[in-house]
Design a protein around this ligand. Structure first.
Ligand SMILES: *Cc1c(COP(=O)(O)O)cnc(C)c1O
Length: 422
């Protein structure tokens, strides 16, 4: 009851109530808004995106190539317009932050520089239930260096009968295998369970063993305060279309710790956009990388996509930033958890950790004896959520655009669907 009361209290003084109106909500055939809980897969469209993209379309029409210098927001340095806000969201310094490419591409670029296996130290540590793209990426990197992925890719597994990975098991794996591990590459927030790892402690332990450390923050960026710089990780990557609402397939973020900003001898895959800005157009000089994360850029970026991202970052700023969002998020998720635990059924188990320091907004709900037909009923009841085989519903109440009322409505509809399921 205390939890519900405190949630109600936060709801009443919810400073983000009106921010919800800055987003479009998908509707059913009757024109009623659906309950949207899939911000962990694709964030909703901020209404200002159209105007930001139109600006660039207009300037392209008006200026042609001259838009690189004369557009209202000149395209040459356009990516720089995003750096400060993005750095703020992930707790990094601007020099450590760049928006470029897409997530898996950035992961490969980072591994080209930070996965440097030797015959003695060649393993990559990853969670056993990592997002498939990350597993493919690390396995193919090992293979690229002529190692057998079944030997080189080391998986962190939950203990049998458990779903979460215990901190002490990460510690003991690093102690036992650390001298053979070249790179620790974990999803900072697990996409399936919503478990948040202790980034700083993992980086500290891994560095003590001489490993490099990278995090895939796809489910962390815009969800929880990350403090990437303080974590000490060597690199991190994240996408912008989940909690950052930049639109399907939009560009990704990349973090390279400041300590590597001037490591120009690090091997890297290079392109002209990572080259010294003052001589970039001379086209004849040897590659002269920019200091910091910018030095890993390859191509001139797609401005229309960056415009959409800029619009969504402006909404983030307008909402007061990640600290304000996190405060509401903790209350909102707690509220959902409390309502779920009060349902008169023993079929439901929340596999996401119970403490807010170990999770973001997502709850992964395991439903005993359920199959996909349950998800179909939930969908028919006007809820957009995510189903993971065999029996898990993932829902993410997002503080930017989900209300406490949304949460209450969802749990009520879930209750009805479970009753029908018998
Ligand atoms: C969403 C997600 C991806 C998707 O990768 P793209 O390259 O953006 O298609 C990869 N890894 C994780 C952990 C994710 O959550």
């Amino acid at each position: 009851l205390d939890l519900i009361l405190s949630a109600v209290e936060v709801a009443l003084r919810d400073p983000l109530r009106t921010i919800r109106d800055l987003f479009y909500f998908p509707q059913n055939a009757e024109g009623e808004s659906l309950l949207y809980f899939c911000g962990n897969s694709l964030g909703l469209q901020p209404k200002n995106v159209r105007q930001y993209v139109l600006q660039e379309l207009d300037d392209w029409a008006k200026y042609g190539v001259e838009g690189h210098f004369h557009a209202k927001n000149p395209w040459m340095p356009y990516h720089e317009l995003l750096t400060e806000q993005m750095a703020g969201i992930v707790g990094a310094m601007p020099v450590e932050t760049v928006v470029m490419n897409t997530l898996t591409t950035n992961l490969h670029l980072m591994m080209a520089s930070f996965y440097r296996p030797t015959p003695e130290r060649y393993k990559i540590l990853i969670e056993s239930d990592a997002f498939p793209s990350d597993r493919y990426a690390v396995a193919s990197q090992a293979q690229w260096h002529r190692f057998d992925p079944s030997d080189a890719v080391l998986e962190l597994r939950p203990r049998s009968g458990e779903v979460l990975i215990r901190a002490e098991d990460i510690a003991s794996t690093l102690e036992q295998e650390g001298s053979k591990i070249a790179l620790v590459m974990l999803g900072g927030v697990n996409y399936y369970t919503g478990q948040v790892f202790d980034f700083k402690e993992i980086a500290r332990m891994a560095h003590a063993q001489g490993c490099m450390v990278g995090f895939d923050m796809a489910h962390g960026a815009g969800n929880i305060p990350l403090q990437l710089h303080d974590s000490g990780a060597d690199f991190a990557v994240w996408c912008t279309y989940k909690y950052l609402n930049a639109g399907p397939g939009n560009l990704a973020g990349c973090f390279v710790h400041e300590r590597h900003a001037r490591h120009f001898d690090l091997p890297r895959f290079a392109g002209w956009w990572g080259h010294n800005k003052t001589t970039r157009f001379n086209m004849r000089y040897a590659f002269d990388p920019l200091p910091g994360a910018e030095g890993w850029q390859l191509s001139n970026p797609p401005i229309l996509s960056l415009a959409a991202l800029r619009a969504s970052l402006d909404v983030f700023t307008q909402a007061g930033g990640i600290g304000v969002l996190r405060e509401k998020s903790v209350a909102l998720t707690r509220y959902m958890e409390a309502l779920l635990l009060q349902l008169p059924t023993d079929r439901i188990q929340i596999i996401t950790p119970a403490g807010p320091e170990q999770r973001g907004c997502q709850l992964s709900i395991q439903v005993r004896n359920a199959d996909k037909s349950l998800h179909e009923r939930i969908t028919a009841a006007g809820v957009i959520s995510d189903w993971r085989e065999p029996d898990v519903i993932r829902v993410a109440p997002v503080p930017l655009y989900n209300s406490f009322q949304d949460v209450a409505d969802f749990v009520e509809r879930l209750r009805t669907c479970l009753e029908v399921a018998g």
